[in-house]
Design a protein around this ligand. Structure first.
Ligand SMILES: [Zn+2]
Length: 340
C-alpha cells in the first residue's frame, strides 16, 4: 500500500483541481485549472485526462497509481455517473460523466457528489478522525449549502445517489424563497453565505455591507442588526438540524464552509432553538459541547476541521482503500455496546 498513490479530482463549476495523494503523506502535488465550461464538456474531460497524464509522468519516489477518484457537482445519478440537471454545470444534463472520464483514461474511476466526498474527508481525516466517529452528517455552508452523510464509514446517498441533500430540506413554508433545485424555502436559501448577506440587507437596509465576511466583522463588533442576521441563520440551521437529528439520530453533525468560521455568532441561537425544537436533541444533549472524546448516546454539533481542501481530499479518499481506524481490541467491545 505504501508504494501506491491515488489521483483525486475536484470538479467545480469554476475550478478544476487534480491532486496526487498518498496515504499518510497527503498531497504529493496539486494542479489547479479553470473549469473551461464554455469550451464544452468534452474539453473539460480532456483537461482532466491531461492533468492526470502530467501527474503520472512525475516520479513520486517510484510509487504506482492505484486509483482515480472524482468529486463532481450533483445531482449525480449513481452508480451510473450521469449528471442530472446541475445548477453549476449548464448544458451537462444527461451527460454520462463516469463513462466519459473512464473512456478518456482507459481505466475505471470512483465517482461521487462533491459534498459527499467532502463529508468523507471530514469523517476520515477531520472531526471524524479526532473523535473516532464512523458516522456523521456534514453541512457545508458556502455559496449554497452542501451536505453528505457518512454511516459506518460509507457515503449514504439513497437508491439513486441523489439523496442526502440536506441543503434542500424545507425550513420555510411561508413564502419560502425559490431555490436552484426548483423547490421553495430550502435551507440553502436561509443558511448559506449568500442567504446571510440577503438577510443582512433586509435587516440593515442601506447600511448593509456587500459581503458575508463584512457582516460577520460588524456582528463581531457588536452591531445588533448584523448580529440579528446571524441569529436568523442560527434559527434556520436549528430547524434543519432538528429534522436531521430527529430522523437519523447520528452522533455527530459537522458544519463546514466559509460561514462556519462565524460559529460563535450563530451558535447561541442555533443551540437554543435546537433544544426547543428537537426532542431527540434534548434527550441526548451533552454536558460538554466540545469535549476531547465523544460520550456515547449523545448528539454533537461541531465545526469542521478541514478547510477548503476537503472536497479534493475526499476525491482522493474515494480511490484510497479504507483503513481500519479502531484497534482490534476495541471492535468487539463496540459491537457489544451497540446491542445493549
Ligand atoms: Zn432547494
Amino acid at each position: 500500500l505504501s508504494d501506491n498513490y491515488v489521483i483525486g479530482i475536484d470538479l467545480g463549476g469554476t475550478n478544476l483541481r487534480v491532486a496526487a495523494y498518498a496515504d499518510g503523506l497527503e498531497f504529493l502535488e496539486v494542479i489547479q485549472l479553470p473549469t473551461r465550461l464554455s469550451e464544452g464538456r468534452d474539453q473539460v474531460v480532456r483537461d482532466i485526462r491531461d492533468a492526470i497524464s502530467s501527474l503520472q509522468n512525475r516520479n513520486f519516489s517510484g510509487r504506482t497509481l492505484a486509483g482515480v477518484g472524482v468529486g463532481a457537482p450533483g445531482p449525480l445519478e449513481l452508480p451510473e455517473g450521469i449528471v442530472r440537471n446541475p445548477p453549476n454545470l449548464t448544458g451537462w444534463d444527461g451527460f454520462n460523466l463516469r463513462a466519459a472520464i473512464e473512456s478518456a483514461l482507459g481505466r475505471a474511476i470512483e465517482l461521487d457528489n462533491d459534498a459527499n466526498v467532502a463529508a468523507l474527508a471530514e469523517q476520515r481525516l477531520g472531526v471524524g478522525r479526532k473523535y473516532e466517529a464512523d458516522s456523521l452528517c456534514m453541512l457545508t455552508l458556502g455559496t449554497g449549502v452542501g451536505s453528505g452523510f457518512i454511516v459506518d464509514g460509507k457515503i449514504q446517498s439513497g437508491s439513486t445517489g441523489m439523496g442526502g441533500e440536506a441543503g434542500h430540506l424545507v425550513v420555510e413554508t411561508n413564502d419560502g424563497l425559490p431555490c436552484g433545485c426548483g423547490g421553495f424555502g430550502c435551507l440553502e436559501q436561509y443558511a448559506s453565505a449568500t442567504a446571510l448577506l440577503r438577510m443582512a440587507k433586509k435587516i440593515m437596509g442601506t447600511r448593509a455591507p456587500n459581503s458575508a465576511s463584512e457582516v460577520a466583522a460588524l456582528a463581531a463588533d457588536g452591531d445588533s442588526l448584523a448580529v440579528a442576521a446571524f441569529e436568523a441563520v442560527g434559527n434556520y440551521l436549528a430547524i434543519g438540524l432538528t429534522d436531521l437529528i430527529n430522523s437519523f439520530n447520528l452522533p455527530l453533525y459537522v458544519l463546514g464552509g466559509g460561514l462556519s468560521q462565524s460559529w460563535h455568532l450563530f451558535e447561541p441561537t442555533m443551540f437554543a432553538e435546537l433544544r426547543r425544537r428537537s426532542y431527540l436533541y434534548r434527550l441526548t444533549e451533552p454536558k460538554n459541547r466540545y469535549p476531547d472524546r465523544l460520550e456515547r448516546h449523545k448528539t454533537y454539533i461541531v465545526p469542521a476541521e478541514l478547510g477548503s481542501n476537503s472536497g479534493l481530499l475526499g476525491a482522493c479518499l474515494l480511490a484510497t482503500p479504507r483503513q481500519t481506524m479502531k484497534t482490534a481490541e476495541s471492535e468487539p467491545q463496540l459491537a457489544t455496546a451497540g446491542r445493549t
